[in-house]
Write a protein that binds this ligand. Structure first.
Ligand SMILES: [Fe+2]
Ligand SMILES: [Fe+2]
Length: 212
């Protein structure tokens, strides 16, 4: 296997970040779960759904960054394939959220570079701390993302089946990612400061990305 130099890695990291942050740069491998579902929304409902989808999109940017940061530092020899599979599914999520925002005539969050940077750093630190912590971090992140998705599913207007199908598929995938990380050894309880920081970032993200 080719050995990458520090410069190679820097360029690769920059490329990954750009792909996650520039709208339209990520294509989904699976078809959009919304298919031909209908969604007739009034202006205020459309605005609310766009806010929710913008938060979900920012969450997916964080997921990309977490997996990229983790891949930089974690060893994970026995679960590398599963982690890569999860990271590819996260790209689908990113692209589907972007599609829905476009349909709603809205935009992704301008704050995404900040969320990407913070999550990338946390993923890389978790990787340095050891595979057990790295997997524990993935499991906890996926659990929190699934919780948000379930809350958003409750908040969707009843007749927005397009957003609903996307969020349902995402939630199913996230729970699968959480289980994969747990089965691989991520059952470790994360240190309290880490959990508190994660919750604080996620709260800040959901509160601001809804509007910006
Ligand atoms: Fe995701
Ligand atoms: Fe996930």
């Amino acid at each position: 296997m080719r050995q990458y130099t520090g410069l190679d890695q820097l360029i690769n990291s920059f490329d990954q970040a750009l792909r996650s942050l520039v709208p339209g740069a990520t294509a989904s491998q699976r078809a959009n779960p919304a298919h031909n579902e209908a969604a007739q929304l009034c202006v205020s409902d459309a605005r609310h759904v766009a806010g929710l989808m913008r938060v979900n999109h920012s969450g997916e940017v964080c997921a990309q960054a977490l997996y990229h940061g983790q891949a930089l530092t974690a060893k994970l020899p026995h679960v590398r394939k599963e982690m890569q599979h999860a990271a590819i599914e996260e790209q689908d999520h990113l692209a589907w959220c972007e599609d829905r925002l476009k349909e709603l005539d809205s935009h992704t969050s301008v704050l995404n570079p900040i969320w990407y940077g913070l999550s990338y750093g946390m993923g890389a630190i978790a990787g340095i701390a050891g595979d057990k912590y790295s997997l524990g971090f993935v499991a906890e992140t996926e659990r929190q993302v699934s919780q948000h998705l379930q809350e958003h599913l409750q908040q969707l207007p009843e007749h927005d089946d397009r957003s609903r199908k996307i969020l349902e598929q995402m939630n199913e995938d996230e729970l699968q990612h959480r289980d994969t990380a747990l089965q691989a050894g991520g059952v470790v309880e994360l240190p309290a400061p880490v959990r508190i920081t994660m919750t604080a970032i996620s709260k800040l993200m959901t509160k601001t990305s809804y509007y910006l």
